[in-house]
Write a protein that binds this ligand. Structure first.
Ligand code: OAD
Length: 232
């Protein structure tokens, strides 16, 4: 059986693909108010603005290509049983070839009923005001907004707890419960954090920090993991 590698990724892994992050200089949250476009209140107040925001982001994601960091994770599947737990709503992990991807915060390529959250549909085109689910309610982006539950968090926590190696890449670890997943890792496993600006992680958790771009950092982590697990 292959060793289990679990990866927690965030917007920084897609930055080199040209998709803006949220909290960096010129990030999305400098240009939009979270409460306007990423909350149930914003949706109630101005659904058109919310639809425009995610329709635009879907187009941006469709235009973008996976970068080296996404591909390295797909390549690691040759030596590891890899699960990517991503906060990202783009599909660049899948397009690079990663097979097991958990989208904690939803996906730009799905929409759902605003009455029954189990009614989820694939999409490639814009969602328009007036587009209805079979129950007759307006369709909305399948995105976890602030103030909403994260349905996949328990599943993700179990997978993280079973990891033989763990990587955090391109996330500021500002948003919970996703950020709390690092606490679920077992003690004596190799752990890496790759980021242009390493986020705070308690030294107690024993992470190796690789400061730099995701593409470069992930190449180094790949070499390091292959070296560590070849020895065992
Ligand atoms: P943030 O924008 O908070 O953090 C992005 C991280 O990527 C930061 O730590 C940057 O230093 C780092 N970064 C930027 N460019 C990089 C590069 N080229 N290589 C490596 N790292 C780089 O994004 P997230 O942590 O993903 O939620 O944000 C978490 C959640 O907050 C998102 O899923 C979204 C947002 O609000 C929802 O929409 C529900």
């Amino acid at each position: 059986m292959l060793p289990r590698l679990v990866v927690l990724s965030g917007a920084g892994i897609s930055a080199e693909s040209g998709i803006p992050t949220f909290r960096d200089f010129n990030g999305l949250w400098n240009n939009y108010r979270i409460e306007d476009v990423a909350s149930p209140e914003g949706w109630r107040k101005n659904p058109q603005l919310v639809l425009d925001f995610y329709n635009m982001r879907r187009k941006d994601a469709q235009k973008a290509q996976p970068n080296r960091a996404h591909y390295v994770l797909a390549e690691l599947q040759e030596d590891f049983d890899v699960t990517v737990v991503t906060q990202n709503v783009d599909d660049l992990h899948e397009r690079a070839g990663s097979k097991n991807v958990i989208h904690l915060h939803g996906s730009l390529f799905k929409m759902r009923s605003s009455k029954d959250e189990s009614l989820v549909f694939d999409i490639k085109e814009d969602i328009k005001l007036g587009d209805k689910c079979p129950l007759g309610s307006q369709l909305r982006p399948h995105i976890v907004w602030f103030g909403e539950a994260v349905p996949l968090i328990e599943t993700a926590a179990e997978i993280v707890a079973s990891a033989d190696a763990f990587i955090v890449v391109g996330t500021s670890l500002q948003v919970y419960p996703a950020a709390g997943l690092i606490e679920e890792t077992r003690d004596a496993i190799p752990k890496f954090v790759v980021d242009t600006k390493i986020p705070y992680i308690s030294p107690r958790l024993g992470f190796n920090a690789l400061e730099g771009k995701a593409s470069e950092g992930m190449e180094r982590v790949k070499d390091e993991l292959r070296r560590i697990f070849a020895k065992q």
